[in-house]
Design a protein around this ligand. Structure first.
Ligand SMILES: Nc1nc2c(ncn2[C@@H]2O[C@H](COP(=O)(O)OP(=O)(O)OP(=O)(O)O)[C@@H](O)[C@H]2O)c(=O)[nH]1
Ligand SMILES: [Mg+2]
Length: 471
């Protein structure tokens, strides 16, 4: 079910990802492909048109095209729109305070009403309710037997009445529920091959006699394009509160399921994907959307995009911190960021003229490791207030880190020098900013090296840091 659509969409996304930067043309081409994929999956054409228009508009925004991860953002927008299309919020079955609650099932012949009635009863029983099934289909001789068999299987009482007048059976069934202390009744009704006046009249008569708390329409997921017309016809006559989408385990194209909410405004409440009593699931639009988009892969991609965003936020936070006092935790973080960017040598060589500045001296990245081990051996208070570090504390830290006290002292010397430099650099940045009429501060944030406080440094400052780090 929906596998083809899922495969197509994933193909389109991997095409986008392979491009890196995206142009408007790339987005337009991808949207054309998405449109085709949805139409081929039998999604209603109006739904497709609106969906693609909304998605395209969002994808063409500068935020997406200029972002670091445009393809991921496109996937995120499609996921978002697909979730919206499917209904955004869960539409659980909420029972009213009336006892017994009356749930009535309607739908075309063979859509899965009788099966769904039993599954719903099973579900309610699991949730500590005591349901009663009412056999309101009097046309097919075997209909009441079918419900009885299912009821026996799940241990739920079935009311069959005289087997002739569905309205009377429904009314008496409710009385039977009261007499037998049942708190929910589920009325199974007859279906016809096509939507017709008789079926609607009968459903209306049962509705008038029982005032259901919920009318659920059972829709066969394999119905295809026509599903929209059927659902609309029911919505206009008996009307209903939500949909149970049955046979989701089938191999049909399944686009109907994607069209219902948008066309009728009715939520899908449950999906049924098998013949066993426990195969009725609450419908979660977000999970379904993820399933269609190939879940795991997409989820991790989005997580990636979020991670990039978080890193940028961390950077901002760090810049803010730098304006105050440099702590050893900040020092550790700077260290980690340098490492993340490939170490000091890579960082310097990536700058214009960096290779020259780096000279021929080999860089000892191991110094970064030693620094981390030493700082990690300190207590939280020591890291926040380096002035606490007296002789005995330094001896303890050296022992814990497996280094000598001289190593700790050297590291602290580097720390203090860095602190001084950061202060100078920050002051320099602020001066620059005020010269530019604060534009540097409030205007577009400079994408510096990503190292807090280093944004305003010159090549020679960087070289000094490199020297300080013993490299
Ligand atoms: N694979 C699969 N089969 C289902 C599902 N739901 C129902 N069926 C089957 O579909 C057929 C029709 O289901 P019924 O529950 O009898 O449908 P109905 O709407 O009550 O049919 P009428 O009473 O004739 O109008 C049965 O063979 C069911 O076993 C489902 O979710 N998955
Ligand atoms: Mg039936």
């Amino acid at each position: 079910m929906l596998e083809n659509l899922s495969e197509r969409l994933q193909g389109i996304f991997s095409g986008l990802r392979s491009k890196g930067r995206l142009t408007e043309d790339d987005i337009n081409a991808a949207m054309r492909e998405i449109r085709l994929a949805l139409l081929e999956a039998d999604v209603n054409f109006k739904v497709v048109k609106n969906f693609v228009a909304r998605t395209k508009e969002r994808c063409l925004s500068a935020d997406v095209l200029d972002s670091l991860t445009p393809a991921q953002n496109v996937v995120k927008i499609v996921l978002d729109e697909l979730t919206e299309l499917l209904g955004r919020t869960d539409s659980r079955l909420v029972l009213s305070s009336r006892i017994p609650n009356v749930i009535m099932l309607v739908g075309l012949q063979g859509s899965g009403k009788t099966t769904a009635a039993a599954k719903l009863a099973y579900r309610l029983k699991q949730e500590n309710h005591s349901p009663l099934l009412i056999a309101g289909d009097v046309y097919r001789p075997a209909a009441a037997d079918q419900l009885q068999t299912l009821g026996d299987e799940i241990g739920v009482r079935v009311y069959r009445g005289d087997g002739r007048d569905p309205v009377a059976i429904a009314r008496e069934g409710i009385q039977d529920a009261i007499d037998n202390l049942r708190d929910v009744v589920i009325i199974d009704t007859a279906g016809r091959l096509h939507v017709d006046a008789d079926m609607m009249e009968e459903a209306q008569a049962i509705k008038d006699a029982t005032h259901p708390d919920q009318i659920l329409m059972v829709v066969d997921a394999m119905t295809g394009q026509d599903v929209v017309n059927v659902v609309e016809a029911f919505a206009e006559s008996v009307d209903f509160d939500g949909v149970i989408m049955s046979k989701m385990d089938g191999d049909a194209r399944g686009g109907g399921a994607l069209s219902i909410r948008e066309v009728t405004g009715k939520p899908i409440k449950f999906i049924s994907s098998g013949e066993k009593p426990d195969s009725l699931e609450v419908f979660h639009p977000d999970r379904m959307a993820k399933r269609i988009l190939g879940m795991g892969d997409v989820v991790s991609l989005i997580e990636n995009a979020v991670r990039v965003q978080q890193a940028e936020e961390e950077e901002l936070e760090a810049e803010r911190m730098m304006r105050g006092q440099l702590t050893l935790d900040d020092f550790l973080m700077m260290n980690k960021q340098v490492r993340k960017m490939g170490g000091v040598s890579k960082l310097i060589s990536a700058l214009p003229g960096g290779d020259k500045a780096l000279g021929s001296g080999q860089v000892d990245e191991g110094a970064l490791d030693a620094m981390e081990v030493i700082i990690n051996s300190m207590t939280k208070a020591e890291r926040a207030k380096p002035e606490l570090l007296n002789g005995s504390r330094r001896a303890r830290i050296a022992k814990g880190a497996g280094v000598t006290v001289t190593d700790v002292n050297q590291m602290m010397k580097k720390f203090n020098e860095t602190k001084k430099m950061v202060k100078q650099a920050t002051a320099g940045m602020e001066q620059q900013a005020s010269r530019k009429g604060k534009k540097g501060k409030k205007g577009k944030r400079r994408r510096g090296l990503g190292i807090p406080g280093m944004g305003g440094m010159s090549m020679s400052d960087l070289k000094k840091i490199q020297d300080m780090m013993g490299q």
